[in-house]
Write a protein that binds this ligand. Structure first.
Ligand code: XMP
Length: 522
């Protein structure tokens, strides 16, 4: 950890990535590590502070994930959140109990203990925060008895210890979640922790990152060659641009067009790669090959797996050809970013969908992996892209899943269903842009549920496809809310799709948030 930052120890909490983002927003570096590696990583990475995250367990369960007591004796400030707070109490000799009632949602938080409320906070962690404010709670277990030397620093009507601390040992525990927006003072509190308690420097800046990473790539690659699989997405594009800056034409790129791109996208992206980035790119048209492999496949995870594997096969073949022509390619560049790494599981977090761009590399590939963006979040990647002077169209591109339109086409993927998706998606995009909403809606696309419905067109009965509109607002794709597209815009979109895309007679609008849904339908 060469930026003297914060180590986030993962106990499976659903907001862990958000927590990491909140810390990095302050230009302080942080990393999420599995709880099993906590002590070892503290010793090797020498963080200035540690956060024990929330998680779904109870401290008194058999085999509950537990932190080593030695973590609290290393002289490094520790902040426990939710389960992390309870664990701190439990391990240090306090008592955690269960309440049937629990506390969920926005709750009033008051300074001091339940026995003596304070009119002003005295804790350094709460400096500048109002004595009475709202916070976000989500728990049934609670800290019942404090460990020795700890004091309560806040409480709620139902939770006697909403926070506690031993300031001499710099140990702090919060039952509420400072990282979510429903805790309005949360960012202030996290700032107090990282700057006042841990004394971190705000030295995690993308301009430094760019310069240092280019130097690192030069040193790692030397005069050898790098191969990159470009997807058209922000991540692989920025990764390629970074490496291109470092080693120039010793980087060769392959763009595998799997045929499940949006309308006109393949050509547009290739043009930008050439004109805007001056990259050496070979485009491989493999549409037929992918469609053949997907014939008869309806299971979402199987589709993802097939596409991921086929992608690697095509890429391998092309790489072998290039290797024969140019000889000795030593590195494979991938645009893996931090959320891919974390979502593929650092800790006890359930894997919801297997992401296309992580793992899956066959062992026999003898190239070393180069992943310069591995520690960056999406918006940090975009900032790097801007610093590198990439076209806004590439940097601000909405997220597009690796398996492409295949995971928006429920059931079997066929050429005709791809046509419907591509054409309806193009209309949606055109109308959203016309309405000036393209910058304000985070991601929008159409989906093709595998259903048909009865309609009437030109006086004739039809039995045709239903197209769904999905539009969401999000900051990082981890959670999202459905976007409120104005009715008149939806009306135009609906009329146009039904009239212009053959085989569609009904449009529906997806009004679910994530969770409980996901953004994509598969
Ligand atoms: P979900 O559907 O998991 O999507 O809520 C969250 C965000 O991730 C995108 N997504 C993917 N991106 N490879 C990617 O690079 C994938 O396999 C993949 N699956 C989903 C999705 O578009 C959304 O922005």
């Amino acid at each position: 950890m060469n930026y003297n930052g914060i180590l986030i120890v993962d106990f499976g909490g659903q907001y862990n990535q958000l927590l990491a983002r909140r810390i990095r927003e302050n230009n302080v570096y942080c990393e999420i590590v599995p709880y099993t590696q906590c002590l070892e990583q503290m010793k090797t990475k020498k963080p200035l502070g540690v956060i024990l995250t929330d998680g779904p367990s109870s401290v008194y369960w058999d085999n509950a994930p537990m932190v080593d007591e030695a973590v609290f004796d290393m002289g490094i400030p520790v902040l426990g959140i939710g389960y992390g707070a309870q664990m701190m109490a439990h391990v240090l000799g306090g008592k955690v109990s269960h309440s049937e009632k629990g506390e969920n949602g926005r709750v009033k938080l008051m300074a001091g203990s339940s026995k003596s409320s304070l009119t002003v906070h005295t804790s350094q962690l709460f400096e500048g925060i109002a004595a009475e404010t709202m916070c976000w709670m989500s728990h049934y277990d609670y800290i019942d008895i404090l460990p020795d030397d700890f004091v309560e620093t806040s409480h709620t009507a139902n939770c006697p210890v909403a926070s506690m601390e031993d300031p001499d040992q710099r140990l702090y525990a919060l039952q509420f979640h400072p990282e979510v927006q429903h805790t309005p003072f949360g960012q202030k509190l996290l700032k107090n922790f990282i700057f006042k308690v841990c004394e971190c420097e705000p030295n995690w800046k993308m301009s430094n990152f760019v310069d240092e990473t280019i130097e690192e790539i030069k040193a790692t690659v030397g005069d050898r060659k790098v191969l990159c699989a470009l997807s058209g997405g922000v991540d692989s594009t920025v990764a390629a641009c970074l490496v291109h800056k470092a080693i120039g034409d010793r980087l060769t790129c392959i763009f595998v067009d799997h045929g499940m791109m949006r309308k006109g996208e393949g050509e547009r992206v290739m043009k930008l790669y050439g004109e805007n980035m001056n990259l050496n790119v070979k485009c491989v048209n493999a549409e037929e090959r992918f469609l053949t492999k997907l014939q008869g496949v309806t299971d979402p995870e199987e589709k993802r797996k097939i596409i991921g594997e086929e992608f690697i096969r095509v890429f391998e073949e092309e790489a072998a050809l290039l290797n024969d022509e140019e000889g000795g390619i030593d590195f494979l560049l991938q645009g893996t970013i931090y959320s891919d790494v974390v979502e593929s599981g650092t800790g006890p977090v359930a894997i919801v969908k297997s992401h296309h761009n992580v793992g899956g590399l066959p062992e026999e590939m003898k190239m070393q992996l180069l992943e310069p963006l591995r520690m960056l979040f999406k918006d940090e990647v975009r900032t790097v892209g801007e610093q590198l002077g990439l076209a806004a169209e590439l940097v601000q591109r909405q997220p597009f899943p690796g398996p492409g339109l295949a995971i928006r086409c429920l059931g079997e993927v066929t050429e005709d269903k791809m046509r419907i998706l591509r054409d309806s998606d193009a209309i949606l995009r055109e109308e959203i842009e016309k309405a000036g909403l393209n910058r304000s809606i985070w991601q929008y696309f159409t989906v093709l549920p595998d259903i048909k419905s009865v309609g009437v067109m030109g006086g004739e009965r039809t039995y045709d496809h239903v197209v769904g509109i999905r539009a969401v607002n999000s900051t990082d794709g981890m959670t999202s809310d459905w976007a409120r597209i104005p009715y008149d815009v939806l009306d135009v979109i609906s009329r146009r799709i039904v009239n212009e895309v053959a085989g569609v007679n009904r449009i529906v609008y997806d009004i679910t948030s994530k969770p409980p849904s996901t953004i994509e339908w598969e």
